[in-house]
Design a protein around this ligand. Sequence first.
Ligand code: IVH
Length: 702
Amino acid sequence: MFASEYCMQVEKEQAKIRIEELRGLINENNRRYYVENSPVISDYEFDMLMNELIALEKEFPEFVTPDSPTKKVGSDLKNGLKNEFVQYPHKYPMLSLGNTYDITEVEAFAERAMKILGKPFTYSCELKFDGTAICLTYRKGQLFRALTRGDGVVGDDVTANVRHIPNIPQSLKGSGYPDEFEIRGEIYMPYKAFDRLNEERMRDEDPPFANPRNAASGSLKLLNPSEVAHRGLECTLYHILSDTMPFNTHDEALTAAASWGLPVSDKRKVCRDIGEIEEYIKYWDTERKALPFATDGAVIKINELDYQKELGYTAKFPRWAVAYKFKAEQALTKVLSIDYQVGRTGAVTPVANLEPVQLSGTVVKRATLHNSEQMELLDIRIGDYVHVEKGGEIIPKITGVETDRRTAEAVKPVFPDKCPDCGTPLVKDEGEAKWFCPNTDGCPTQIKSKLVHFLSRKAMNVIAGDATVDQLFNLGLVRKPSDFYRLTGNDLLRLDGWKERSAKRFLDSLENSKKVTFDHVLFALGIRYVGESTAKAMAFHFGNIDSLMNADREQLLEVEDVGEVIADSVLEYFASEAHREDICRLREAGLQFSVDNKKQAVSETLSSMVIVISGNFSIPRDEIKELITANGGKNSSSVSSRTSFLLAGEKPGPEKIRKAESLGIRIVDEAAFREMLGQPAVNDSAGEDSHTQNTHFEPTLF
Ligand code: IVH
């Protein structure tokens, strides 16, 4: 092989590795953003990952796959895990928008449209509302249904919740609306409502939402519709779709929608050329700071509906619209001091205390510096003026230092080499950016925050605050989770200000926590990297704690979403004698350590079988998984030589089918599976509105 050929091959291999890495990162961050509502990177960082993947796929088209995140919209559906909402197909696919931070790309968009259309046209310029997308259907003037975007093909039915959003009309006024039409838009939470909600959550010791967008989409998916009414959500609608609509332009259609009482933005403008578009963008990049809600850009749409049709769609975006994204808002303020905070997992994070400053509708007093490397990189001093920005996280970050304004009094901070709490020398693992206190089971801050996590709402759901845990710890009453269940009324009366009533309330709450399901108990243990959804996946996969504790690395890797880092962390956790002993005590106290006892061990029919499921079934996928564990089987996410059979529902994944066929693994359908379990087949005659109905896409929009 020639040297140049060899180099090309290496480059190709590296590209393939990076493409896979980027897809993993993008999918994970999409899940955090759309499903968990708690992003860990900023929108800008996310867009940069996506741009890198688009560029690599362009250069190496042989690695393009139909399931690449460049070809699909991010999904808000709880894939594979229990979904509390009924899902319905979208009549027209619900796509996303191509976006850019670069004005020359908006110019290129306009030039492309001019070239393709070859005739004069106008643009509708609008604000890009930073919330969560919604699709409303009105039938005969009445709100009929509200669906989230979901994966663009099917969405979650959130009608009951949407009926509690005050500016969405149940009935239309005026006349001239089609018998049936869809109108899409954004549900968002204005800053005031967001601040109020987060204050309330912090008081109740619920984790605050990172930003108004996450708060809006979390609120839209609440299970109690009347609670939605208190969240202060608002809606703005920006896209009408119907088979019959007598309008020539998008702008006319929206004006008509406003006359029917629908909430349409009055901040839109019809522009004739790129100059006017740029003016609109420039104006709103400044003026948005005075708006009572978050906007993250402007959307530029071809205004004439016939021309929109002519330009059409890619698999993911309309060719008739583009989003120009504003850079995150920044503020300038002074660093007063730097704290080094020890987290639940021992990670030490430098946090700057700032002179309070207004940013994106809230007052900022603290900002994260992430880690020691970031501090070095910024070359920050106490006393410096710094730029603060809000990313995906709740704590804003410092993105730059005004070195020109530095004074002689500015002090260079020194990252501690010992834990600020217990004094243990800090360690840094290879590949980790953060320093850790390795004294996991002895560092008071770590112990206390693990105990707080154990009691928290999404874990054991025991009503108690940090201050209670602090006192219990300081009095030497609680060191590990099982100690909570040995507390007596007299112990609790030793706490500051506690009376019989508060003690009883706490003990009752602990008693109630014994009913908390296994997946939450597993999450409560606080195993590093095991978040809510991983705990759920592991609980369903193994069915009980013994199978999980005895699982080897390979078996752990079979769990959906579990990669090497999580598998190693789980192994390390259960290798500790102290952890095993405490689990024993918690079990004796009566906590749930297996998936729903009633459904457990219905039979041993599937005993020692490893089953992979794929596709849609007549019941939710997690119920199928429960059926498997209840009958002695094990769930696995990937087909391998150890798989006993592939249980294939409707539309199974082609990759899984191919793999099963190539390994000679049996493929079983739902009817055969139920027969195996001696269960009657489920009647699948779906009604008109059943969620098993096939999606049909109308090619024409107007
Ligand atoms: S038009 C075919 N207009 O931004 C897509 N979208 O990042 C039509 N968005 O998915 C969408 N403000 O959820 C449109 N004025 C606006 C918007 C807007 C916010 C959202 C929408 C979209 C996302 C893309």
